[in-house]
Design a protein around this ligand. Structure first.
Ligand SMILES: Nc1ncnc2c1ncn2[C@@H]1O[C@H](COP(=O)(O)OP(=O)(O)OP(=O)(O)O)[C@@H](O)[C@H]1O
Ligand SMILES: [Mg+2]
Length: 283
């Protein structure tokens, strides 16, 4: 088990995260928060690239900083902006990363081919990456993070720049990778994790706001989410969430403490929660 005990991170005088308590056992943990909320800060601490100002991060009770290389052997990490040589092929890039990670040469070749197969890049394993789509690059990134078959796979905004088809493919891949490990990923895009996250972590105002299954998180808004096709007639305090077109009508979804006339009560989804929780943040 990986756990954070009252972890705070300060950059100079700026407090980025404050007294975060978290536990990770197995499954997909989605760090869902708007830009600048501290997702990368948290992830870099988990990857031991930066260190908590206060508090501790423990792997099965041992401080990850003290575990040092033994901990790093357990993790795979995809940074928010991962660097690669455009003229490398996926195979060359993975060979290079395996050398950086000091993996044993004899095991590497087969592992690389297995991983490229897993992420669906076998066909292009010897093509230069300069012509790859965003989704293909991200899959190479996931493959390099998987080289050491990590117990803990940490992905910072792995879906940035993916098209809809690539997003579906990504979700399936992450689901399959999470069977026997901890996967921690950050995103501010709800649909990327709604169906695959076993646990959603919301950070707000530098602190942990909630950690729960998507279903339980959504339940917090039970009875507070409504839809109407006559938003202009609403006479109650409300927060506009989303709009959609249906049979030529504009259906407006909103949050309110109370119902009103024609408005239908609907089941809250994770997007509602995100818009509601971060309602005061700039968009
Ligand atoms: N090295 C640093 N020095 C000073 N402030 C920093 C540093 N790194 C991050 N910050 C600040 O800490 C806050 C959290 O940044 P962080 O990158 O962790 O957020 P994020 O949730 O990953 O954002 P994004 O969605 O844009 O990637 C921001 O206000 C950022 O400006
Ligand atoms: Mg970030």
């Amino acid at each position: 088990m990986l756990s954070l005990n009252r972890v705070s991170k300060q950059y100079g005088n700026f407090m980025a995260l404050e007294e975060i308590d978290l536990e990770f056992t197995q499954g997909v943990y989605a760090l869902l928060a708007p830009n600048g909320a501290g997702k990368t800060t948290l992830i870099k601490m988990l990857a031991t690239l930066i260190f908590p100002t206060k508090g501790e991060i423990l792997w099965n009770g041992d401080d990850i900083i003290a575990l040092d290389a033994a901990y790093r052997d357990l993790i795979g990490y995809l940074p928010q902006d991962f660097g690669y040589y455009r003229n490398h092929t996926p195979r060359e890039f993975l060979r290079y990363m395996a050398a950086v990670k000091c993996l044993k040469r004899e095991q590497v070749a087969q592992r690389i081919d297995e991983l490229l197969d897993l992420v669906g890049l076998s066909d292009v394993r010897d093509k230069k990456m300069r012509k790859f789509s965003g989704g293909m690059i991200q899959r190479v990134g996931i493959a390099q993070a998987m080289l050491n078959n990590p117990r803990i796979l940490i992905l910072d905004e792995p879906t940035a720049g993916l098209d809809p088809k690539e997003r579906v493919r990504f979700r399936n891949l992450i689901s399959s990778l999470s069977k026997d490990r901890i996967v921690i990923l950050s995103t501010h895009i709800v649909s990327d994790i709604e169906t695959i996250a076993s646990s959603v972590i919301l950070i707000k105002d530098r602190r942990l706001f909630a950690q729960d299954s998507p279903g339980s998180i959504c339940q917090q808004l039970n009875g507070k989410i409504f839809e109407t096709d006559a938003v202009d007639d609403l006479d109650i305090p409300h927060l506009l969430l989303t709009e959609r077109q249906e049979n030529g009508q504009t259906i407006t979804r909103f949050a309110s403490e109370q119902g009103s006339g024609e408005a239908r009560s609907v089941t809250p989804n994770l997007e509602d929660v995100f818009l509601y929780v971060y309602r005061d943040e700039e968009r």
